[in-house]
Write a protein that binds this ligand. Structure first.
Ligand SMILES: Nc1nc2c(ncn2[C@@H]2O[C@H](COP(=O)(O)OP(=O)(O)OP(=O)(O)O)[C@@H](O)[C@H]2O)c(=O)[nH]1
Ligand SMILES: [Mg+2]
Length: 345
């Protein structure tokens, strides 16, 4: 090749590289804007964000239980059960709580004590320190908030400097991959995707393998929503789980079920069915903002024995909080009087 030939070859290579870079640099699709009306929800950076997001549950549970201090002892147990049921604590859990706290002089403090006992360990889940990616599979019924939660977790962890890869194993709809791609781009996470209708197990396998090969800190696998009663779809989920284990022995490290906090007692049957299919390691409860039914968290913890790991409190990337038992109990009941901030010098 003469001098001009070399120049021409270099120009072609450069041109192709530029063209590829340009097509990859697609503008991101428009991000969903938070729906909702009325006053703007507080931002997580604002003081009392968490308490504000759970304000409706507190208005029901905390305020009404406090009002029972004024009621006669004989009608109190029934009234307490009614309030707990209204907050979606569920009959079984409400009765267990009333049996232990119904006769107490101070119903609020008695319920606080019992809720803490029922919700188990006080400590938050912590990111493991061992080497290799933490592989997390996210499962749940349609529309519970799986993809949004993956976006939030990805954002949280990339902000902490972790390398995150998302596997778009919801191949059911093309739009699902697009949605998770937007979250991945926004969080600065890698994405492993396949075409619509691809085998979700294959995508989960590829994503897990890529996570190991690329030295990622986290692999998050999004899965298609499914009804817990649809047997073939639940079996498919078990297959996805097994595919991940073939890609890296022991994977997934975590299988988190995303529950919509507003669905009431159906959450329990969802948790039990998904646990049977995928051996859950924890639960994420979403949409707790704007509902007075935050008691569902208590019912799920009590009736499934699964740990609650994260709470979804809005549609934005930052609207996610690690589950902290005592902070949650105080947010739905109101703070303990003695723990209120004192302004006395
Ligand atoms: N208010 C509120 N909305 C949420 C929360 N989490 C998710 N959403 C909304 O719930 C809707 C469904 O969320 P997705 O993340 O698409 O749910 P999904 O489980 O991935 O749905 P499928 O993939 O269709 O099964 C979206 O409009 C989200 O913005 C939350 O914590 N609070
Ligand atoms: Mg989804």
């Amino acid at each position: 090749m003469d001098g001009w030939g070399v120049v021409a070859a270099v120009a072609v290579v450069l041109g192709t590289a530029l063209a590829v870079a340009w097509t990859r640099r697609k503008p991101s699709p428009t991000l969903p804007t938070p729906a909702g009306h009325g006053p703007k929800p507080p931002r997580p950076s604002e003081p009392n964000w968490f308490e504000a997001a759970l304000g409706r549950t507190r208005a029901l549970l905390g305020a009404r239980i406090a009002a029972l201090r004024e009621t006669a002892h004989d009608g109190r147990a029934q009234a307490l059960e009614d309030v707990l049921l209204q907050a979606d604590v569920g009959l079984k859990t409400a009765q267990a709580l009333v049996a232990r706290a119904g006769a107490a002089d101070d119903p609020v403090e008695a319920i606080r004590r019992e809720l803490r006992a029922l919700l188990g360990e006080p400590s938050e889940w912590t990111f493991p320190t061992r080497p290799g990616p933490l592989v997390v599979m996210i499962v749940g019924v349609t529309g519970s908030g799986k993809t949004t939660t993956i976006g939030k977790l990805a954002r949280r962890w990339t902000n902490e400097g972790k390398r995150v890869l998302i596997g778009a194993a919801d191949t059911f709809r093309a739009a699902a991959t697009e949605q998770v791609a937007v979250w991945a781009e926004r969080a600065g996470a890698d994405l492993v995707r396949a075409g619509e209708g691809a085998d979700p197990g294959a995508v989960a396998y590829d994503a897990t393998s890529a996570g190991v090969a690329r030295g990622m800190d986290v692999v998050l696998i999004d899965t298609a929503g499914r009804l817990q009663t649809a047997r073939p779809l639940m079996d498919e989920l078990s297959k996805v789980r097994r595919a991940m284990n073939k890609a890296r022995s022991g994977a997934p490290d975590e299988v988190w079920l995303v529950l919509d906090g507003t669905v009431g007692q159906n959450a329990i049957s969802q948790a039990l069915a998904f646990h049977e299919a995928t051996a859950l390691t924890g639960v994420i409860v979403t949409k707790l903002d704007g509902t007075a039914k935050g008691g569902a968290v208590v019912a799920v913890a009590h009736q499934t024995g699964l740990p609650i790991r994260w709470l979804g409190l809005g549609e934005r990337a930052e609207d996610l909080r690690p589950f902290d038992r005592d902070a949650f109990v105080d947010a739905i009941l109101g703070p303990k009087p003695s723990s209120a901030v004192s302004h006395t010098p």
